[in-house]
Design a binder for this molecule. Structure first.
Ligand SMILES: *Cc1c(COP(=O)(O)O)cnc(C)c1O
Length: 354
């Protein structure tokens, strides 16, 4: 009998949304709008280079990111999605019975990465649907080596001000690594200035994760990046796959981040659809926390109602994301899509609830 190692045998496969081919996906928080035309042009130019391995050091892309966010390019590593970076970080710093702290509704992939690394993963209660910095601080036991904080949160869409994260860092023990996953930060950079958070990486004890998958509209390119203290970058680098990001993806991401005006316009258009949609849902009696992302969390009266509404939406060709796996069986998470899709979704919700 050929046997896997026990901790892998015991793991459930990572659950992504089950997309039927003729369904409209509102399940994966992909962008409602296409990426910068400059990114698409860059990809076309890259096809002729497929003969060669990509740049293993992502030099042009790292410089484009560094210029945009006023960072040292040596502090940046790029991953095949930020998922690759999360996995490598947890493997490098947790494992061996060491504990990772996440929050109650935090991004499920961190828990999965902890299991892969044979780390202990513990969740800290949130307050309502928002991260509580005090609850995190109260939960730091001696075995905790890493705190994983998603801000804004997925699936809640809520956020804590960056000043609160600075307070968290100040009050955490020095030996605990703080990882701040900012996959949706482009949706709130204007109101929640990130410079203090990036400065924490400079100080040596904090890692900031970002991605091209959401606001930049490049989920299919698989590019994430992270700002690391240099000593941590050196360790994580050892675990990344060499040549991890295809040339076309690197070129698309670099062109996209150099076209920030396009990204900001996509964010603005997404918000202009999101907020009225959330209000229409509230008018139907659905509880919707204010979102700082490109999705909204819809909280129904109870789990049965959420399941029934989900089935009605599916019959209408709309696939939202069930939240039972996150301990929110009374919720569905809806990615903000273009205006006609959201119009359709609002009318199906209205029919289902009246
Ligand atoms: C979408 C998402 C990611 C990013 O994933 P990629 O691997 O970069 O596509 C990371 N964290 C959170 C919270 C997300 O929602």
């Amino acid at each position: 009998m050929i046997r896997p190692v026990p901790h892998v045998a015991a793991m459930a496969p990572y659950a992504l949304a089950d997309l039927g081919s003729d369904m409209t996906s509102m399940a994966q928080n992909e962008s409602a709008f296409p990426p910068s035309p400059r990114a698409l042009a860059a990809a076309r130019g890259a096809v002729t280079q497929a003969l060669l391995y990509p740049d293993p050091d992502w030099i042009d892309l790292r410089h484009a990111i560094a210029e945009t966010h006023d960072l040292d390019p040596d502090m940046i590593l790029c991953g095949a999605g930020s998922m690759e970076l999360i996995g490598c970080l947890i493997r490098a710093y947790a494992g061996d019975g060491r504990a990772v702290l996440g929050t109650e509704y935090s991004y499920a992939f961190a828990a999965s990465a902890a299991l892969q690394a044979q780390a202990v993963y513990r969740q800290v209660p949130e307050s309502g649907l928002t991260v509580s910095i005090d609850a995190i601080l109260d939960s730091v036991t001696p075995d905790v080596v890493l705190v994983f904080l998603c801000n804004p949160g997925n699936p809640t869409g809520t956020m804590v001000p960056n000043a609160e994260i600075l307070r968290l860092r100040d009050d955490l023990p020095e030996h605990v690594l703080l990882v701040v996953d900012q996959a949706y930060a482009e949706f709130c950079d204007a109101s929640n200035d990130p410079s203090g958070i990036f400065a924490l990486a400079q100080r040596g004890d904090t890692v900031i994760l970002r991605t091209f998958s959401k606001a930049y509209g490049l989920a299919g390119a698989r590019v994430g990046w992270s700002c690391f203290p240099l000593a941590i970058a050196a360790q994580v680098r050892k675990l990344l796959n060499p040549n991890n990001i295809a040339t076309a993806s690197q070129m698309m991401a670099a062109a996209a981040i150099r076209d920030r005006a396009h990204m900001r316009e996509m964010v603005r258009k997404t918000e202009a659809i999101r907020d009225p949609f959330a209000n229409r849902c509230r008018a139907l009696g659905i509880d919707v926390p204010h979102s700082h992302t490109n999705f909204v969390l819809l909280r129904f009266g109870d789990a049965n109602q959420a399941t029934e509404v989900d089935q009605t939406l599916k019959r209408a060709g709309l696939l939202m994301r069930g939240m039972a796996g996150y301990g929110l069986p009374d919720c569905l998470r809806a990615t903000i899509c273009d205006a006609p899709v959201m119009e359709h979704a609002a009318s199906v919700l209205k029919g289902a609830l009246s």
